[in-house]
Write a protein that binds this ligand. Structure first.
Ligand code: FE
Ligand code: FE
Length: 332
């Protein structure tokens, strides 16, 4: 948007494909996405003209500022996203610290900043929705703290021990580059398990808010455009790692993924999505005429969709994106 110079299509708000198309079509090598790429295509490209992740003049409709289930569902969603993007920021910073080469260190530093931007735009979105600035953090804690405790925390506790074991190495400059296992495990966890599973819910959010609120669709769109790059480069790194290591290492990574998936299945993500979509459903029924004929996907009006339909769609996308990425990495 409003780019001052030509930028890569996959980083362009208008031209970038959807996350699902991108997962099939876009290949980005680590060396394609070093610091200069990010500065040109993101800092001086896709986000030029945005304020806290949305166009400066993007509209928040009155129906999202007055009390009711529609606003509540958006507040819960944005608050949970703020917390999960915070966690992603911290993981990416650890991966950057463990990177065995400059390209990896630079890329994950940019990804850490992207995730911090996503968290920041979600918090500011809550202010746009009329949450008083002085009550921001307590609101986030009240509406999303319980889901963080039952969803993000168990995943975090599972993913972290490996990193903690090597925390001393991470902090030793002379030993830098000696913690490749932390690095590759971190890349696997964030790319396949976190981005691969959560990104499709970001895509759903972009689509469902588009007919309702420009500002809400903007903050989701911005995150989706960044996820294209995160997914593509992360899976490129894992693919190269698998390609250049022996069969035992491939087995080890497959086992890690297996364990991670089992962990995912043990946390109540679907339960959270169902609760959120039920509230959203009440909201769209209340505001049917204001929402009008806006479509969630081609040929389907948002107001005609159901709770199950939307949750199923996000779940199907998650499986598709994961399977596509697994095949790409040679782990299919
Ligand atoms: Fe993110
Ligand atoms: Fe990301």
């Amino acid at each position: 948007m409003n780019a001052k110079q030509p930028i890569a299509a996959e980083a362009d708000w208008e031209q970038a494909p959807s996350l699902l198309e991108a997962s099939d079509e876009i290949e980005l090598a680590l060396d394609d996405c070093e610091l200069e790429y990010w500065l040109k295509n993101v800092a001086q490209g896709s986000i030029v003209g945005t304020v806290h992740g949305r166009r400066a003049d993007a509209v928040i409709p009155p129906m999202l500022r007055e009390p009711g289930p529609l606003r509540d569902s958006r507040i819960e969603e944005a608050a949970f996203r703020a917390l999960s993007e915070d966690a992603a920021t911290r993981i990416c910073a650890l991966i950057a610290a463990a990177a065995p080469n400059v390209a990896g260190m630079e890329f994950f530093t940019t990804q850490a900043l992207d995730e911090a931007r996503h968290a920041n735009s979600m918090r500011h979105h809550l202010l746009d929705l009329g949450v008083p600035a002085g009550e921001l953090f307590e609101t986030i804690e009240r509406v999303a703290g319980p889901d963080r405790d039952r969803i993000i925390e168990p995943l975090w506790d599972w993913a972290l021990p490996e990193v903690e074991d090597h925390a001393g190495d991470l902090l030793s400059l002379r030993e830098a580059g000696h913690v490749e296992r932390v690095y590759i495990n971190g890349v696997v966890v964030i790319t396949i398990l976190l981005e691969g599973v959560l990104a499709p819910t970001t895509e759903l959010a972009e689509r469902k808010w588009k007919p309702i609120s420009e500002a809400s669709a903007d903050v989701e769109r911005g995150a989706c455009v960044d996820e294209i790059r995160h997914l593509a480069v992360g899976s490129w790194i894992v693919r190269e790692h698998v390609r250049t290591h022996d069969a035992d290492e491939k087995e080890r990574i497959l086992a890690l993924l297996e364990e991670g998936r089992a962990k995912w299945e043990s946390v109540p993500v679907v339960d959270m999505l169902m609760t959120r979509e039920r509230r959203f459903q009440e909201g769209i029924e209340e505001h049917r005429s204001a929402i009008g004929d806006g479509e969630i996907w081609p040929g389907r009006r948002l107001v005609d969709t159901t709770v199950e339909e939307r949750v199923m769609k996000a779940a199907t996308w998650s499986v598709e994106v994961q399977e596509q990425r697994m095949r790409y990495m040679g782990l299919g």
